[in-house]
Ligand binder design. Sequence first.
Ligand SMILES: CC(C)(COP(=O)(O)OP(=O)(O)OC[C@H]1O[C@@H](n2cnc3c(N)ncnc32)[C@H](O)[C@@H]1OP(=O)(O)O)[C@@H](O)C(=O)NCCC(=O)NCCS
Length: 156
Amino acid sequence: MHNPMVTAPACLIRAALPSDESTWRELWRGYCDFYRARLADEVTHRTWKRILDPDSSVMCVVAEVEGQVVGFANCVVHENTWETQAVCYLEDLFVAPAARGQGIGGALIEWLRNAMRAEGWARLYWMTQADNVEARRLYDRFTQADGFVRYVIRQR
Ligand SMILES: CC(C)(COP(=O)(O)OP(=O)(O)OC[C@H]1O[C@@H](n2cnc3c(N)ncnc32)[C@H](O)[C@@H]1OP(=O)(O)O)[C@@H](O)C(=O)NCCC(=O)NCCS
C-alpha cells in the first residue's frame, strides 16, 4: 500500500498500525452507533485483522492529532470491469464528534486522492445516505454525486 505521511497543520494521516487497535475499535463503535448497527464481535475482529494484513484488499488510514487517533477511513481496493486498473472504494469514514469541523475528514479523503495517483487506481469512490448533510457538504467539495442509486438484496 502507498504509505506516505500527509500532514495538515495539526493532523497526520497515516496507515493504521497494530498499536491503533484499541482506539480504532472505539472509533469503529462510534461509527456503528452512528448507523445504529450492531455488528458481531467476530466481524469487527475480522475487519481489523484484514486491515493489518498486507495481502488483504482492505486498508485503513487514520488521522492523528497531537498523538491521538481521532478518525479513520476504511477502504477496499478491488478490480473492476470498466477500467484496467484497480479502483478504491472508501467504505467507512469517521471522525470523533469532538474533532469534527477542523478539516480532518477532508484530510483523510485528500490522502486517499493522493494515494489514487501514486497507486494508479482508476478512481476513488464512495456512497452516502442522501440525507447525511454534514458528510455531503464535505464530499461536495471534492466532486459531485453522480446520481447512481444503490439497490441491495440481503441473504437474510
Ligand atoms: C462526515 C465526517 C467524516 C466529516 O468529518 P470532519 O472532520 O468534520 O470533516 P471536515 O472538517 O473536513 O468537513 C466537515 C464540514 O462540515 C463543517 N462543520 C463545521 N463544524 C462542524 C461540526 N461541529 N461537525 C461536523 N461538521 C462541521 C465543516 O466546516 C465542513 O464543511 P465546510 O468546509 O464546507 O465548512 C464526520 O462528520 C463524521 O464522522 N460523521 C459521522 C459519520 C459519517 O457520516 N460518516 C460518513 C458516512 S458516508
